[in-house]
Design a protein around this ligand. Structure first.
Ligand code: MLT
Ligand code: MN
Length: 324
């Protein structure tokens, strides 16, 4: 009887958090527009083991009605169209969206360009580290986010912040951001400055909490530090940077001259790679996200994907849903 009452009492399950993977791929998506490698050709040919993926972003909700986006990818319009959770409700006004807020982890093109899709004078709140908000303020194209409708709010490091809609109502989710090794966005690099002009706050990881449930979203991270390992220890769920399988992947495949670390990303494999450094962290669910089109993890029949799965990793796909 008591058990039935518990299940039937409205609101008691309100701390469930739903997570939608809107995009699993890194910048450029899969296949990238100008890629002509074997994986891209398989994807374009409709090979079921080489499924196209959009650029990385997740949506999070505590009631499955109002949603917070974590990063806004250039593919956002397509992601909204493909995820019915993000469609206007049937009884909603003629202009409406369940998306109430956006949280940014850095100013990379694949994380901010989608903001331009969110113009049209829709009430939103937009959260980011002051350095990231400053980048948006200095780029006048982002003025299409009409300030009369879009409230920009700073996320200070290591402070638990309640995510509220534009009007100030809580969305039932709190975030705590923390700096992770990385660098300033590629398009903001200053070749003359030390570390390309990178400063703390340019790239953050985020702990997302909803009542008793919490998980981590870290789509970009160049190294595992003691601080990060401590934060992640025992976590229920971590989405983590799966950009490259190997640190020299871009060089070995003839796609570029930079190592993963130089790009701000640790690699999945290798002695100081992600799979290895997560082994002692006791994380219940580990999900690679922000996977570059060069990474064989994207291919469902690759040996690398099998290896990651054997090590207990899941590989995000567009449309994946997780509830905590
Ligand atoms: C990255 O993740 O390193 C960036 O998204 C690269 C880029 O801006 O193309
Ligand atoms: Mn990226």
């Amino acid at each position: 009887m008591l058990l039935a009452a518990l299940f039937l009492t409205p609101g008691l399950d309100r701390y469930r958090v739903k997570i939608l993977v809107l995009g699993a791929a890194a910048g450029g998506g899969f296949p990238q527009w100008n890629s002509n490698d074997a994986a891209a050709r398989r994807a374009r040919a409709g090979d079921r083991a080489a499924k196209p993926m959009t650029q990385s972003s997740i949506a999070v909700s505590h009631d499955s009605k109002r949603w917070v986006l974590f990063n806004a990818s250039p593919d956002l319009r397509q992601q909204i169209n493909h995820n019915s959770w993000l469609h206007p409700a049937a009884q909603a006004p003629i202009r409406s969206s369940p998306i109430a807020s956006v949280v940014l982890t850095n100013a990379d093109v694949d994380h901010v360009a989608g903001l331009l899709n969110l113009r049209e004078s829709h009430p939103l709140s937009l959260y980011g580290h002051p350095r990231v908000l400053d980048v948006l303020a200095r780029n006048s194209i982002f003025n299409v986010l009409n300030p009369a409708y879009v409230a920009r709010r700073p996320l200070d490091i290591d402070k638990e912040i309640e995510i509220c809609d534009q009007g100030g109502d809580s969305l039932g989710i709190t975030v705590t951001t923390f700096p992770v090794p990385g660098k300033v966005a590629l398009w903001l690099e200053d070749p003359a400055a030390s570390d390309f002009g990178t400063a703390p706050g340019d790239t953050v990881g985020v702990k997302i909490s909803c009542g008793a449930a919490s998980f981590f979203y870290i789509p970009g991270c160049a190294a595992m530090t003691d601080d990060l390992a401590q934060r992640l220890q025992g976590a229920a769920l971590v989405f983590f940077d799966g950009t490259l399988w190997r640190d020299d992947e871009m060089i070995a495949t003839g796609l570029g001259s930079k190592t993963g670390r130089r790009m701000g990303h640790m690699s999945c494999s290798g002695a100081d790679g992600t799979i290895s450094t997560f082994r002692d962290l006791n994380v219940a669910r580990k999900v690679f996200i922000h996977i570059n089109n060069s990474n064989p993890l994207l291919l469902f029949d690759s040996a690398e994907r099998r290896e990651a799965r054997m090590e207990g990793w899941e590989i995000a796909v567009d449309g994946m849903e997780i509830e905590l």
